[in-house]
Design a protein. Structure first.
Ligand code: GAL
Length: 420
């Protein structure tokens, strides 16, 4: 009996150890704290814990993620990075250069990610040819969200061009309502501004300005025209706009307190969380002049190299969960985005998402697919910050002329890129 129990104890210990060797506490930094966002990230927590790991939530509120990035930098500098963080676009290369990211090529190769992702996506997820990030979704930024009741009351029509926008906005304002729900924060100013640039100047100019950072495009009559159109929007916002969080602007559309919001489709996550139906309670429409274009914003998670094999197992399970068909569906249904994984069924998605999915493919075919400047897809964070600062200063200070702002933008971008 004694002998048997010793063997039994040995097996139990070995099993226990092997189980504990796999289980890890996975700390994840993100900034998904609004209603719709929180519901979405809860799905990831649920799926990771079903694999035996513990999810340590490292949520830093603040739309657009600037606050989260500040906190992350301090954690990494102090040698104590989380296991994973919501990092996306060219910033992945910046972090890759720091030599702090974990290589997740193992799980990527095993699962054939190169075949599961469009090349425009997989290229962004690699540093020195190795996967260091996993994509969560594809958000479309050039959306306009409209409340049909407000338009009906004002006898206005949902605009498809910027000229039509000003006609509709005047009607809504004349009817005593707020035409545009806006949050006066740099990233939100930039989100609206980039849709004005795409809608008034087109994708070729957009890419020259925000991807190539061509000084002759940044400081040009075209940029002046876009800036002037952009600032004209301010007269249609309410006095509560300065500093308002994006999801509170979305709730103004949900409650019929305003007619339109220019925001990426994470706003759809708020409508969904509020039980609202597209085409009934709200309208999703391309921002004026951009129906043939698609401004993409791909959320992703990087894994940090923690030199710990248990944690590495947890990180690999996190990466594998994120790209799984199940997660890609349930997360994006809640988040308002569309799956990053090729071949994902769109059956359960609403008409806005189906339009997004169709336009994503079409725009790639006709070169009208552009990376979002406002959401860190088109350039490094320092250059993005230079554009943010000049756009927001111009929007808030009527004494700054569009011509001056365009010149300032070109200068600020040149000095930000010179330092790279
Ligand atoms: C974007 C991010 C979205 C959403 C939005 C509002 O930059 O990619 O997932 O979080 O900010 O915070």
């Amino acid at each position: 009996m004694m002998k048997l129990s010793k063997i039994g104890l040995g097996i139990a210990l070995a099993l226990g150890l092997s189980m504990s060797a796999q289980a890890a506490e996975v700390e994840v930094l993100h900034y998904w704290t609004s209603g719709g966002e929180a519901k979405s990230v809860a799905e990831l927590k649920k799926m990771l814990e079903a694999k035996g790991h513990t999810w340590k939530d490292f949520a830093v509120a603040g739309g657009g993620g600037e606050s989260a990035m500040t906190v992350l930098k301090s954690r990494v500098v102090s040698g104590n990075p989380p296991a994973a963080a919501q990092i996306k676009g060219p910033s992945i290369q910046e972090w890759g250069e720091e030599g702090v990211l974990a290589n997740i090529d193992g799980v990527a190769t095993k699962e054939g990610w190169d075949k599961l992702l469009p090349k425009v996506v997989s290229d962004v997820m690699k540093h020195d040819g190795k996967y260091v990030a996993v994509p969560v979704n594809v958000h479309r930024v050039n959306w306009m969200w409209a409340n049909p009741e407000v338009f009906k009351k004002a006898d206005a029509t949902v605009p498809t061009t910027w000229d039509e926008f000003f006609v509709a906005a005047d009607k809504i304002k004349a009817a005593g309502m707020t035409a545009v729900a806006h949050g006066g924060q740099p990233w939100q100013d930039a989100t609206t501004f980039e849709s004005v640039v795409l809608g008034t100047q087109g994708p070729v100019f957009y890419n020259k300005a925000f991807v190539e950072l061509d000084p002759k495009s940044l400081d040009s009559a075209q940029m002046v025209e876009a800036l002037e159109t952009f600032r004209k929007i301010k007269q249609y916002t309410d006095e509560g706009a300065p500093g308002r969080d994006w999801n509170l602007a979305t709730s103004m559309i949900i409650k019929g307190e305003a007619g339109m919001q220019f925001m990426g489709d994470w706003a759809k996550g708020e409508f969904t969380a509020a039980g609202k139906k597209p085409g009934v309670d709200y309208i999703c429409a391309a921002a004026p002049g951009t129906s043939k274009g698609f401004t993409f914003n791909i959320d992703s998670f990087v894994m940090f190299d923690l030199d710990n094999k248990d944690l590495a197992a947890g990180q690999n399970d996190l990466a594998s969960t994120v790209l799984s068909p199940e997660f890609q569906e349930v997360f994006n249904l809640n988040k308002g985005s569309i799956p990053a994984r090729l071949g994902s069924s769109m059956e359960k998605f609403d008409d806005c998402a189906k339009l997004s999915s169709k336009d994503f493919v079409e725009s790639a075919k006709f070169d009208t697919l552009v990376p979002s400047m406002a959401h860190g897809m088109s350039t490094f964070s320092s250059t993005q910050g230079a554009i943010y600062d000049t756009v927001t200063e111009f929007y808030n200070n009527d004494k700054v002329t569009a011509k001056d702002a365009a010149a300032k933008m070109a200068k600020a971008v040149a000095s930000a890129t010179a330092d790279l």
